[in-house]
Design a protein around this ligand. Sequence first.
Ligand code: SF4
Length: 309
Amino acid sequence: MEIPKHIIGELKKAGKRVFIQFPEGLKSKEIQEIAKSLEKEGFECVLCVERTYGACDVRDMEAKRMKCDVILHVGHVDFGVKPEIPVVYWEYFIGSDPVPIIEKELGKIGKYKKIGLVGSIQYMDKLPEVKKYLESKGKKVFIAEVEGVKYPGQILGCRLKAGKVIEGKVDVFLVVSAAKFYGVGLVLNTDKPMLTVDVEAKKLTNVDDEKKRIHKIIAWNKSLFKDARKVGILVTWKKGQLVLPYTIKKHLEKMGKEAYILAGDELTQEKILGLKLDFLINTTCPRVGTDDTERYEIPMLNWDQAVRA
Ligand code: SF4
């Protein structure tokens, strides 16, 4: 994919050495092409091979240690993190057209009249075309513009306002993204039906079963939390996810629990193996404590779920 001229221009203003953060999906091929194109423009590139799930993760300290002038954050938009060196965000629109997929599976939307349209950043350039198509089929389509979000209809895994503000007006949500991560995020926070236009798998997917499954796990973990004695508090030092855990620890101790603060970059089951904990409280990405709990052998809740348990 060609690097847009304005991105090259912004990078040139910031310096010569570029620290590149990118989603896992681009690792196989595209990211090397991007680095090569930048080198042809006179830049020196460092590819950050640590996983980058969102713009909550800005590795300015690492980039500084590598003596880079600027970070190129691919596939994300500004999350509001205050970095110590300039960051250029490149949305990286995928270019795949979701309309033929919707056209093929229109029967699944048939009974709904009013549609709330949202999507992930990579498909934001396609939402107007999807809206136009659905309107040509007699649907009323809502796309919300919300403050602090760059594109109308854009949702993140943890920021769902573009869906929430139109919830009362729509019969169904249509989420344009790859796989079901974004659809699951929204379906867990709404009672409205939800269909994901999975642009990679080229089909419309219903994520309601996933919602039931995750709610069951959360309910089960809440029941286990009451009797948990030895609790680990998962904390990440990723800039946009960091929550200082000291009050949470005191709160847990007041509840009669033995609590430990476990800090790292990306927390995993392997990293906490051997600590013999019987419960985890997650303060990192909120999706870890909802639909990612099965990666851990120990039951887990997000802190806000635990205080309501
Ligand atoms: S906190 Fe989690 S869901 Fe939110 S942007 Fe970061 S990785 Fe995505």
